[in-house]
Ligand binder design. Structure first.
Ligand code: GTP
Ligand code: SPV
Ligand code: MN
Length: 641
């Protein structure tokens, strides 16, 4: 047993308060707020064993069990300020700015692994040895052990280990799941408090014996480390063991690499649990739309990273009479509900970790209002009047100067904010948060949208002929790469279901699981499936569609389709597209070129169908379900007529 566990008087109060006091050497009279005593010794035994084992391995200076309280958060913030990790932003209430190490700014797909006994359970086997698999990385359990032993021993020395009991989904909800994250990053501890539900209510569930996902995180250390942002980018690894519901992440403090409830739990481990239990864990926003006649429908949309989920989820509808309300902006857990016979979705998260650049009072006023207080900004520019600034935001007031994300004076020669800079803020602060956003049983889903950044060939919207065809549309998704991960340039990449970086198991099996939703529940009313593209460009490289709040015009067409209006359709080889003049463009100036936006160029689509087929055959080979290949064959046939 590690020595610190033997000390039965070892409590949260002594620990975090003294850590903070030690960091505030220049404020000797600092009085730390009083905290409840949550002792490691009183943790439910399974949690305690996990903590003890990890303390043994990582050798932190002390351990702090988080209760999630306001007083506790104040202490963590004090520590972050004293360490120089964050600075206060006096322009907003209780908000802070972090500058990371410039080498730790995005998710690292290449260093993310799924570890299973059999490789084929985790990733598909490409058709030949010469083809490099692009649908995830596998690691053997033995190799994983070596990687862990190479990085974690004493990785937390001198630091506090935070024990974060957290719930994905409302605490105790029928679709919710629990995790315990151990981390040596107070920035991660503070961010997890915004992004998930943490603390005592979750401990209560744990003490009733509820199972939990074990998530171990250390930022590690390297030479010449920034004291304010420790990390180890050269040795970063994000490991998942779906067979034992474990996540082990080393070397990065950034986003999905370190906020382990998000991509690691809610998507990678989540998708494997979902498969076992018969539901779906997806990279999707959830939004409620009320049309002028008062009918309210919920839809989900899967777009790849930095392709518009947050913006659609919080859209300020430009058409009068429409009301949009937000349930979630990044992840949806969907499950058949026997009462409604529909798929119901919950947002497992409690906060938004949104792309900052491009966000402003015109494009996304609701996001701007959400982050006016209690928010953490990461790698954005800082203004001399105590606020933030990024590319695309309204210009700062006369005389205000900007410091860029690297801490240097901004002179316009480079960017002020890193392209993947983010805001972290509580979802509850969103002015259009849906009244049912915390409903344990989720909201009924009438449509699923797929989409991506497609400068060419892909219409503004089209509808799949049926569920099987829709699953093929999801499988065939492609999009321009963005700054959300480490890919260079703007290549059009395959990103099936916007899940390529997030599959927890073999994509072939994932497709079979999606297809099985139709037969699994005989009476299921499946959502209609659509594909949208806000990013088609003209010959000058300008977006053809105004996007943002004007996207309601496309949603309006989709809602009419959900209502069964067949008079607004035109059948094309790729699916149903809107009939001429069936999308309301009234009041748009300039009038968009709808003919171009809705066109389905045959040559382009013949190449596209070929590319999708080649991709699936090369990458997934024998694991592609037969119905998907049949759907592609039918598509090719329709395109040759
Ligand atoms: P992740 O958080 O990485 O998953 O991204 P996301 O899918 O939530 O994307 P987000 O809504 O944050 O948008 C990413 C970028 O695309 C931002 O710079 C937006 O301003 C821009 N964007 C979003 N919607 C639209 C749109 O309808 N049209 C155009 N032209 N740009 C958009
Ligand atoms: C994404 O990349 O899809 C994100 C950001 O939402 S991260 O949490 O870093 O994965
Ligand atoms: Mn995302």
């Amino acid at each position: 047993m590690p020595p610190i566990m033997k000390d039965s008087a070892y409590t949260i109060e002594r620990c975090l308060s003294s850590v903070v006091k030690a960091s505030l050497k220049n404020k000797p009279d600092y009085a730390a707020p009083r905290l409840r005593n949550l002792s490691v010794n009183n943790l439910p035994s399974a949690v305690r064993r996990f903590v003890e084992k990890s303390v043994d391995l990582c050798a932190p200076a002390d351990v702090h069990v988080m209760d999630g309280s306001e007083a506790e958060n104040r202490l963590i913030v004090e520590k972050l300020l004293a360490d120089g990790t964050i600075v206060k932003l006096p322009k907003y209430k209780n908000s802070y700015l972090t500058r990371t190490d410039p080498k730790d700014v995005a998710r690292v797909e290449s260093r993310t692994f799924i570890s299973t006994k059999n490789k084929c359970d985790a990733i598909p086997t490409p058709a030949s040895d010469k083809i490099k698999g692009t649908l995830g990385n596998w690691m053997s359990p033995e190799e994983l052990e070596r990687v862990v032993q190479d990085r974690f021993p004493k990785s937390m020395s001198g630091r506090t280990m935070f024990v974060i009991p957290f719930s994905m989904g409302p605490v105790g909800g029928p679709m919710s799941k629990i995790g315990v994250q151990l981390t040596d990053s107070p920035y991660v501890a503070a961010s997890m408090r915004i992004m998930t539900r943490i603390g005592e209510p979750v401990l209560d569930r744990l003490s009733k014996g509820e199972d939990f996902v074990r998530a171990l995180h250390s930022v590690g250390r390297r030479q010449n480390m920034l004291p304010s942002w420790p990390c180890d980018p050269e040795r970063t690894v994000i490991l998942h063991k779906p067979e034992s519901n474990e996540i082990i992440s080393y070397g990065s403090g950034y986003g999905g690499n370190s906020l382990l409830g998000k991509k690691c739990f809610a998507l990678r481990i989540g998708s494997t649990i979902a498969r076992r239990e018969g539901w779906l864990a997806e990279h999707m926003l959830i939004v409620g739309i009320t049309s002028p006649d008062g009918a309210k429908r919920y839809i989900c949309a899967a777009f790849p990273s930095a392709c518009g989920k947050t913006n659609l989820a919080m859209m300020q509808a430009a058409l009068p009479g429409y009301k949009v309300e937000c349930v979630g902006d990044d992840i949806a857990w969907l499950k058949y509900n026997p009462k409604t016979k529909m798929l119901h979705a919950i947002n497992p998260e409690a906060g938004f970790f949104g792309v900052a650049p491009g966000t402003n009072w015109k494009t996304n006023p609701n996001a701007m209002a959400t982050m006016e207080s209690n928010s953490m900004f990461t790698n954005v520019g800082q203004t001399s009047d105590g606020g933030v600034w990024w590319e695309g935001m309204e210009p700062p007031a006369e005389g205000v100067t900007i410091t860029d994300w690297l801490g240097k004076p901004y002179d316009g020669s480079s960017v002020a904010a890193h392209p993947n800079s983010r805001f972290t803020c509580p979802a509850s602060q969103c002015p259009i948060i849906d009244p049912l956003w915390e409903a344990g049983e989720g909201v009924p889903i009438s449509a699923i949208l797929f989409g991506g950044r497609r400068p060419e060939g892909v219409p503004l919207v089209y509808e799949a002929f049926n569920w099987e065809h829709g699953v093929m549309v999801g499988a065939g998704m492609r999009s321009e790469s963005t700054a959300a991960a480490e890919h260079q340039g703007k290549q059009i990449m395959h990103d099936p279901f916007a899940m390529r970086p997030f599959f927890g198991y073999n994509f072939g099996d994932y497709l079979a699981h999606w297809l099985s939703q139709e037969s699994r529940h005989g009476d299921i009313v499946l959502p209609k499936i659509f594909h949208v593209n806000w990013f088609r460009k003209d010959e000058q490289g300008k977006f053809l569609w105004p996007g943002f709040g004007e996207n309601i015009r496309v949603l309006d067409w989709i809602l009419r389709r959900i209502d069964g209006d067949c008079s607004i359709l035109e059948s094309t080889p790729i699916g149903y597209v809107p009939k001429e003049n069936s999308i309301n463009v009234e009041g748009l100036s300039p009038t968009p070129n709808m003919k171009e936006l809705l066109s389905v160029p045959k040559k382009f689509w013949q190449r596209e169908a070929e590319a999708i087929e080649t991709y699936l055959k090369e990458q997934v080979d024998k694991d592609v379900p037969e119905p998907i290949l049949e759907q592609i064959a039918k598509l090719k046939e329709r395109l040759s007529e």
